[in-house]
Design a protein around this ligand. Sequence first.
Ligand SMILES: NC(=O)c1ccc[n+]([C@@H]2O[C@H](COP(=O)([O-])OP(=O)(O)OC[C@H]3O[C@@H](n4cnc5c(N)ncnc54)[C@H](O)[C@@H]3O)[C@@H](O)[C@H]2O)c1
Length: 347
Amino acid sequence: MSVNVGIIGCGGIAHFHIRGYKQAQAQIICVADNDEARAKSLAQELGCNWTTDYRKLLEDPRIECVSICTPNYLHREHAEAALAAGKHVLCEKTMTTNLEDAAALLEAVRKSRRLFQIGYMKRFVPAACKAKELVPRLGKLLSGVVRVYHPMSKEGLESAGGDFWLLNPSKGGGGVLVHSGSHMLDLMRFLAGDPIAVDAKTHFYKGIIDYYDTAYFQMAGDFTMFFESGWLDLPNLGVRDNGWDERIELTGEHGRLELFTMWWTRPDTEEPFVRFYSADDRTVYKYHPEIRDCFVEEVKAFVNAVKSGGPVSPDAYDGYMVQAIIDAVYKSGAQGRRIEIERLEQP
Ligand SMILES: NC(=O)c1ccc[n+]([C@@H]2O[C@H](COP(=O)([O-])OP(=O)(O)OC[C@H]3O[C@@H](n4cnc5c(N)ncnc54)[C@H](O)[C@@H]3O)[C@@H](O)[C@H]2O)c1
């Protein structure tokens, strides 16, 4: 049984979703983009319908599910419309650009009884799955470090606040914390549970966009995580000397786990890996799981959930929680004090 799909937003990330739908043998029926040339050219490539009005796509009764690949400030509008039209949704991260919209969208998902998966695809990196499997062997967690450095040119930062949505916080929702940090906040929750409060320092370029943030999270399990996200001109940092430094380190009573994640544009060639030190047998284990494209895995999981009736993971609650953490970090940085994370009840 093939699943029928619509794609809203035909830019960069849509191509990663399409790779997944092809491998899942799903049928792309229609693509939508308000830029006619983009919609038309992608439709020609795929041999499907196109429209500049996403509502038309949603009216097509053949379409069961949609990928929302538009800029962050449009996610709520597009996702709510899709759910109202009875479609299942795979929504790119971040869920929205602010906590109020995220709470409203979570509510809409709960009322709709449709599936809503959020695009934190790094959970599908085989090394992240291996890390998840190993966490219980650490025993009680004592502390952790989460770091994400991505290279960002001075010219990039100079253009902040302008036309490019990603570098305009009113459309993207923020800077490095949102665009690079959100994935690692999701992985932090995936592996170590939820934070309950945060003390943060945020650093803004020309008062417009955050390019470096640090945060101490008090975690629900009564331990501390140190988090750092940076768009820095330090081009040779990281385990591959390429300026992409993403890692999570967790220390527990029985050992230490280190997860080195990947360069997201090269999921087919980069090799995320895990190091695990077990105090029980005084041994360091190194795991190099096979390379798999986490975007393909993400989309395949979504298609399978649509076929079987769910559930999905990460879901709307996970999307909301990352948004709540981002919101708390910005508030803490602005107010110079500890902020509680606004958790909602998990159904
Ligand atoms: N998972 C990841 O690692 C990852 C990586 C990159 C981007 N993303 C996310 O994917 C989303 C899109 O990012 P991108 O890099 O593809 O951006 P992009 O700018 O390349 O593409 C966005 C597309 O949306 C279209 N669009 C804008 N307004 C629209 C509207 N009203 N109706 C229909 N289409 C509209 C634009 O014309 C453009 O083609 C964002 O939410 C971003 O955060 C995720």
